[in-house]
Design a binder for this molecule. Structure first.
Ligand SMILES: *Cc1c(COP(=O)(O)O)cnc(C)c1O
Length: 448
């Protein structure tokens, strides 16, 4: 096998990369009060803020959008989308929504009452918020290795089966649904093994609890299973995917990730128990059951994207992207959370900038310097975001799908070499002004 893993596509449409000088970016950042959420994307060269909804669509997806059937009811495009989901996941009842959190709102709005509890490996933040708004509790039961940044466990997204068993035994009457997030986004994009998915499903079902997957990155998770879980080394990606979904009773999906589209989501269910009531609610807030808050062209693009994401060439390239970035950073002495996740690399800013104390936001210092030096937009996940509750000072580089190339990454890595050489000169920040909630989005900073 060759060492170089190539982008398995050629480029038909291009967008210019914004190239600005450091002096220009200094001005931009000052005007944005040193908060990267307040920088306009037209002033960013490499945008690694999120992998959500930032995918580049293929020629086949754009072509499918052109032949979409925008009928209000019974659209041909809905049936194409629905048949594709059924073929891949094996579920018969498909409810489209405009994105993942709308699916969460619908399902939890129907099932949850105050005092109920929902276990998972880790809940994503919108999932947790949609559980808590109903007065219920989101409970994280990831394995202990999943909480240790240096630990190289191959499936750090696994749920702790012993804790899950005793949790279900104790609270079974209060658990209307049990979950697993694949890959585990909050835990760093870490995969869950098929063995763990099976055993979690057995535990939920033993206690009569329906099992619902948060499946945003199901294809990336399936590729990790193929390459890290020996029993599946010779299985095809579609058959691993099917085996994953066979274990559960349904899933919620933000199609903005492994759907390879810019907007979209759905709920897919094995049996019909909840379907009528979900559709009634869907009509109130999202739209008619055959479009659910999306245009038919979005459903067409999604039907094609769900096929494309199962390509092994694509997944090999995709997973190699973040591994290449993380390994190269580690080789030059930039510490990251290990192993690399599927969709992102998390730099350990506390260890990279040991001279900047937590109170002066080392993650913010690194994120702003990456912007000033090379126009890279990342996301601080540390004391700015979580205040005193932060246990780590991380900077996340999340990679849009099919957007940047290896030469972009090599250029960025050269920049990291330069930055590392003068890392001791970086200065911390203090907060000048911040709202009481979700302060990272709008806080204003100044340099210490
Ligand atoms: C993105 C995401 C969601 C929410 O989906 P949106 O489309 O952003 O509303 C839910 N769960 C996980 C694991 C996610 O990554």
């Amino acid at each position: 096998m060759r060492k170089t893993i190539i982008e398995p596509f050629k480029i038909k449409v291009t967008e210019p990369l914004v190239m600005k000088s450091r002096a220009e970016r200094e001005k931009v950042l000052k005007y944005a009060h040193y908060n990267l959420f307040l920088v306009k994307s037209e002033d960013v060269t490499f945008d690694f803020l999120t992998d959500s909804g930032t995918t580049a669509m293929s020629a086949n997806q754009w072509a499918a959008m052109m032949v979409a059937d925008e009928s209000y009811a019974g659209s041909r495009s809905f049936h194409r989308f629905k048949d594709k989901v059924t073929q891949i996941m094996g579920y018969d009842h498909i409810i489209p929504t405009h994105q993942g959190r709308a699916a969460e709102r619908l399902l939890f709005g129907m099932l949850l009452k105050p005092g109920m509890k929902i276990p998972s490996n880790n809940h994503f933040d919108t999932t947790r918020a949609n559980i808590e708004v109903m007065g219920a509790q989101a409970v994280d039961l990831v394995i202990p290795e999943g909480r240790i940044p240096e630990n190289e466990h191959p499936f750090k997204g696994n749920i702790d089966l012993d804790r899950l068993e005793s949790f279900c035994r104790e609270f079974k009457d209060k658990i209307p649904v049990g979950m697993l997030t694949i890959t585990n986004n909050t835990g760093g994009g870490q995969p869950v093994s098929l063995e763990n998915i099976k055993k979690a499903g057995e535990i939920y079902h033993k206690y009569g609890i329906p099992f619902i997957l948060d499946a945003c990155r199901f294809a990336e998770n399936a590729f990790f299973i193929k390459t890290r879980e020996s029993a599946y080394a010779t299985e095809s990606i579609p058959s691993i995917v099917r085996e994953i979904f066979d274990q559960a009773d349904g899933c919620m999906m933000s199609a903005k990730k492994d759907g390879l589209v810019n907007i979209g989501g759905f709920i897919a269910l094995k049996n019909s128990t909840w379907v009528q009531e979900l559709r009634n609610q869907l009509i109130l807030t999202e739209g008619f059951p055959t479009y659910g808050g999306l245009a038919a062209r979005d459903l067409e693009a999604l039907a094609v994207g769900l096929d494309e994401v199962l390509s092994e060439d694509y997944l090999r390239y995709r997973i190699a992207t973040s591994a290449y970035m993380a390994n190269s950073l580690n080789e030059m002495g930039v510490p990251t959370v290990k192993p690399a996740g599927g969709h992102a690399v998390y730099i350990d800013a506390a260890r990279f900038l040991p001279h900047i104390p937590k109170e002066q936001f080392p993650g913010q210092a690194l994120a702003t310097e990456l912007y000033l030096q090379d126009g890279i937009r990342t996301c601080e996940i540390g004391s700015v975001m979580f205040k005193e509750a932060a246990t780590m000072e991380l900077v996340r580089m999340a990679f849009p799908r099919r957007v940047y190339t290896q030469s972009h990454f090599d250029y960025i890595l050269e920049g990291f070499q330069e930055l590392k050489a003068r890392s001791s000169e970086l200065k911390g920040y203090r907060i000048k002004e911040a709202p009481p909630f979700l302060r990272h989005f709008t806080a204003k900073f100044e340099r210490v």
